[in-house]
Ligand binder design. Structure first.
Ligand code: FA5
Length: 331
């Protein structure tokens, strides 16, 4: 084996290498387990002690040299990679566009409505989506045999035991929070209750089986429907950034007297119902434990989807919930 020749070959070929793949091949050929040098080391045992000393020393020296050559070449290649990258960096190129998530149109609308009420001094309260029959109906002057129960097609939850006193249901509106709040708080106060509601009804372009309402309740001394109208006018101005025509239509809900339906005037001249409302029924104050007929108040239940539909010109409520990315990307 001609060690000198081998060393010469290795040196010549490494000097021609420019990329790491070539260098790896070189390493395998000259320093790998099956390289001529390794095989030579393995065969040393068969040589005479004198040859072993002489050739072994020489081979060791060459091995060290090749390892050093390899290390230096590796560093050189790595440095060159960075140099090449730098020469391609064009700082005048526009950046890569980052894909950002965004808020659902209902979230945007709810936040706007909530912030508008906050500015008017209302506190934000939340309530349970699974309600008892008592708070969803009875406490609101709607006993079991009352025909008004048919206004709210209800999704009932099967009782676990027959003994359960009050049946459970998915709340059909946010109104149960009226009584829950009044039982624990003395007037004056003003609150809103945003939350999800559920109804067992056929869906169409303006009805879903789940939707969001914002309940409002303001109780104090000398509160009238005129105060309610002022609050709603302010809310509409905040949401639509312009004066919006609002009208009250007489309506009926067992927990208010008088009851109204609130419509707003659309650009095309049509009226659209956005909420039910009215003056809190004295019976509810009595149930809550308020004495002396001292208090008056108004309550309302506003549909968030309806507002979002007008604001963003959406003609079908079902678009909000079917997770079509082509729809959601537009907000
Ligand atoms: C109620 O739910 C009453 N609790 C409102 C109320 C509160 C009256 C306080 C008086 C005092 P109504 O069923 O009309 O009323 O619903 C109120 C609003 O919720 C509607 O105007 C509409 O905007 C929205 N809404 C009702 N049902 C659906 C539905 N299936 N899909 C989408 N929005 C709905």
């Amino acid at each position: 084996m001609d060690l000198e020749k081998l060393a010469q070959q290795a040196k010549t070929s490494i000097s021609l290498i420019e990329e790491s793949s070539g260098l790896e091949q070189w390493r395998i050929q000259y320093l790998g387990r099956k390289s001529a040098l390794s095989l030579f080391f393995n065969s040393l045992a068969q040589l005479s002690p004198e040859e072993k000393k002489h050739l072994g020393g020489k081979a060791n020296k060459i091995h060290k040299e090749l390892v050093l050559l390899y290390k230096n070449k590796k560093e050189e290649i790595e440095k060159n990679i960075f140099k090449k990258k730098d020469s391609f960096l064009d700082i005048t190129q526009p950046g890569e566009k980052q894909i950002l998530g965004h808020l659902h149109p209902l979230t945007l609308t709810a936040r706007e409505i909530i912030s508008s009420f906050e500015k008017m001094g209302f506190s934000i309260i939340e309530g349970p989506e699974i309600e008892t029959e008592y708070y969803n109906f009875d406490a609101l002057n709607i006993p079991e045999d009352h025909p008004a129960r048919e206004m709210w097609d209800t999704l009932w939850i099967k009782p676990k035991t027959i003994k359960e006193k009050s049946r459970l249901l998915l709340r059909t509106h946010t109104s149960p929070m009226q009584m829950r709040y009044m039982e624990k708080h003395q007037p004056p106060f003003r609150i809103i209750v945003p939350g999800k509601c559920f109804r067992y009804e056929a869906t169409d372009a303006s009805h879903e089986i789940q939707f969001f309402q914002i309940e409002g309740l303001m109780v104090g001394e000398n509160i009238t429907l005129a105060n309610f109208k002022a609050v709603i006018n302010e809310l509409m101005k905040n949401i639509f950034q312009q004066e919006v025509e609002v009208r009250f239509r007489p309506s009926y809900f067992p927990f208010v007297a008088p009851g109204v339906e609130v419509d707003i005037r659309l650009k095309n001249g049509d009226w659209l119902e956005i909420m039910g409302a009215g003056m809190v029924h004295p019976e509810l104050f009595k149930k809550a434990g308020y004495k002396n007929n001292q208090w008056q108040g108004f309550a309302f239940g506003l549909g968030i989807e309806r507002i979002a539909m007008i604001k963003y010109k959406i003609n079908d409520i079902r678009l909000f919930f079917n997770s079509d990315i082509r729809f959601l990307e537009q907000f």
